[in-house]
Design a protein around this ligand. Structure first.
Ligand SMILES: Nc1ncnc2c1ncn2[C@@H]1O[C@H](COP(=O)(O)OP(=O)(O)O)[C@@H](O)[C@H]1O
Ligand SMILES: [Mg+2]
Length: 225
């Protein structure tokens, strides 16, 4: 795996038209090495999801450099990258309701070109192996989020983007799910970028990028890292 997964320099993004432009990301610079973890912090509306969307090609930056796996963002086949190398986890698990948990994981693995034979293993290591044949509406929110993690790890990703992955769970369940996420991230050696407004969760990442303090960081010449 490449040593430098991600390099961002002077990234800018605004929304709106010429009359009313809202700057969301202002001159962001940071890097992520392989197996590194970075928390994106900041209150609601500070641009966490916008940045994650840019990092998986669903939004375009207005300006700045973005290099992912050594490739300039303008050259990237984003669909292929999202299918094979970037796993995305949202606040609510994005499962197919008509498929069992195991079939959800199998589908994700096969799209990524990974063996379906390992899918039960991923449910087992996420402590929901016994629920493999249940459908998403037959398990709890925490178990659904564990299934979403099983789907992402089954694709053998190089990078995981997690947008408030425990935001809809109670504290104890959220901590359990976060434990699994960090443990498997360390074991598999993939990169992790996690958006959260929870300082405790953010502190579990190696580095924190505080989007609420973009302007202050620029003033001190720091990138936030
Ligand atoms: N597609 C869009 N069009 C216009 N404004 C947007 C769009 N997406 C996000 N925004 C605005 O950008 C800001 C940052 O939003 P977001 O990235 O969702 O923040 P966060 O995830 O930190 O809560 C907000 O003011 C939001 O309204
Ligand atoms: Mg968000």
């Amino acid at each position: 795996m490449e040593d430098n997964v991600l390099k961002v320099r002077g990234l800018r993004k605004s929304f709106g038209d010429r009359d009313a432009t809202v700057p969301v990301l202002a001159d962001l610079s940071f890097e992520l090495h392989s197996a590194g973890s970075l928390a994106l912090m900041g209150r609601s509306g500070s641009g966490k999801s916008t940045l994650l969307n840019i990092l998986c090609g669903l939004e375009q930056p207005d300006a700045g450099e973005l290099t992912l796996f050594g490739q300039d963002h303008r050259q990237i086949d984003w669909q292929q990258l999202r299918r094979e190398r970037i796993g995305v986890v949202f606040q609510e698990a994005n499962l197919m309701p008509a498929l069992s948990l195991l079939d959800n994981v199998r589908l994700r693995a096969s799209l990524a070109g990974q063996p379906e034979s390992r899918c039960q293993h991923w449910l087992d290591v996420l402590d929901i192996g016994a629920l493999a044949q249940r459908f998403p509406d037959q398990v709890s929110g925490g178990q659904r989020q564990r299934a979403a993690l099983a789907m992402v790890f089954a694709m053998s990703p190089s990078l995981i983007l997690a947008d408030e992955p425990t935001g809809s769970l109670d504290r104890v369940t959220a901590d359990d799910v976060a434990d699994s996420l960090f443990r498997l991230q360390a074991e598999t050696g993939c990169g992790l970028i996690l958006a959260t407004h929870d300082p405790e969760l953010a502190s579990r990442c190696e580095k924190i990028l505080d989007l609420a303090h973009q302007a202050a960081d620029q003033n001190t010449g720091q990138s936030g890292l």
